[in-house]
Write a new protein. Structure first.
Length: 189
């Protein structure tokens, strides 16, 4: 097989795996990925000897995108906009990319450094928002994580209803975090 054919097969496998994992999660059988790519299982294993090799290839670009978004949020001078945007992006991923979420939640051994960096980034975003007085009194990073976990718990809903339900919960979480009036602002100070 020519190098260009092998490279094309590899890219086809990665594309098929990305779609399959996004829809069905990381535990989908490798034969389902091969079927979607239009190749045999032996060809898939020739390119990716282990599931971990395939997961790393599929998710590396997406994890890098998430890291870039976290850096952008940390650079945003508006603490609420940075935190709110991070929560909104998280909810969007929950609705549309199960594989990425499972990887970042630790369902694989891949990307431990990135998971730590994202957790530290969230801590920083929450602390900045708290210091700016835009969070309700007593809200901390663990409260925000509880909201994110609640959103994540809905990721297995059917696609036709899941995105709407996740969006509603996202809005409730955001409303519950943000200072809503003078009483809350006084309590924060």
């Amino acid at each position: 097989m020519a190098r260009s054919d092998a490279r094309a097969n590899r890219e086809r496998v990665i594309g098929a795996a990305r779609e399959t994992f996004a829809e069905d999660g990381l535990q989908v059988p490798m034969r389902a990925v091969a079927r979607r790519a239009g190749i045999g299982v032996a060809t898939l294993y020739r390119h990716f000897p282990t599931r971990a090799d395939l997961l790393t290839a599929v998710l590396a670009e997406r994890v890098a995108e998430c890291s870039g978004r976290m850096r952008a949020a940390l650079d945003d001078p508006d603490p609420w906009r940075a935190l709110e945007g991070t929560i909104r992006e998280f909810a969007e991923r929950q609705a549309h990319d199960r594989a990425l979420n499972e990887a970042l939640f630790g369902a694989t051994d891949s990307f431990p450094r990135e998971r730590r960096e994202h957790a530290q980034g969230l801590n920083t975003l929450v602390e900045r928002a708290r210091k700016a007085g835009v969070l309700r009194a007593g809200v901390d990073a663990d409260d925000v994580r509880a909201g994110l976990l609640a959103i994540a718990s809905l990721r297995r809903l059917p696609p036709d209803t899941g995105a709407a339900v996740i969006g509603k919960l996202r809005d409730l979480v955001l409303a519950g975090l943000r200072v809503s009036g003078d009483r809350d602002r006084r309590a924060v100070r």
